[in-house]
Design a protein around this ligand. Sequence first.
Ligand SMILES: C[S@@+](CC[C@H](N)C(=O)[O-])C[C@H]1O[C@@H](n2cnc3c(N)ncnc32)[C@H](O)[C@@H]1O
Length: 273
Amino acid sequence: MNLILENNALAIICNNPAIEDRAKALAEQMQLPLLDTPAKYLSEPAQVLVVDETGIALQATGRKAPGPIRVDFTAGGANHRRKFGGGKGQMIAKAVGRKGKFAPHVLDATAGLGGDAFVLACLGCRMSLHERSPVVHQLLADGLERGRAWAALNDPELADILARMQLQQTDSLQHLAAFEDAEDKPDVVYLDPMFPERSKSASVKKEMVAFHSLVGKDPDADGLLELALAAAKYRVVVKRPAKAPFLADAQPSYQLQGKSSRFDIYTIKKMPE
Ligand SMILES: C[S@@+](CC[C@H](N)C(=O)[O-])C[C@H]1O[C@@H](n2cnc3c(N)ncnc32)[C@H](O)[C@@H]1O
């Protein structure tokens, strides 16, 4: 699936000659036009990928557009949660079975911007991240690359965490099938597809509107559950908005309910502790 060519809503913007070569290479790789007009002076296309000295960011165009979206594991919310987030007591840790000494290998089949995967990597889980959108994959790959470069010089613990996160651009609807009879099945498959109502919800941050309009609503998400159940060794975890129906209308083994979201857990066999 190529979202860029389908909606033709993106371009690459770079107005720093020092990194123009990088922007040109990215534009060629992603088959996007390269512009040098600042995003705030553009009304079309509706969103652009800005390449600057701090990396790659997704930015809505126009004067009143909210700030850019970029992946940053070294500061802000991700870093704060790493240090003060509640460790193994967090609902997501319980959902994937991260307790005691056992740290499961989790295949995150809908990686997005890597937020959930980072939380689990911080708790010692080895994370295989799969993301199909070329643009989202690019944002996350850039965040991981910058994070690794910074951590190598400044923060060995963060360097270890990011080394546990391996990203591939792939469609999990195809890739998960390969694990059905594999010997190296992931312990857990984690699914967090977009939910149709999310983009209308008041809880969606302004910045994330560009992400939602880019990725769409994952209308084929129901197909992931059966594949995930065949691919995982111990369990499949599905993150859903609190009141959303079950993925593929399938009743989970049990649920962990939070205020705005919940985890539906489909157990295959008992996990080690
Ligand atoms: C709600 S976001 C995931 C957010 C993520 N859990 C986080 O913490 O950042 C859903 C993502 O899943 C991706 N996705 C949906 N279906 C997919 C599939 N079949 N294969 C790979 N990625 C998929 C979408 O492109 C989107 O980036």
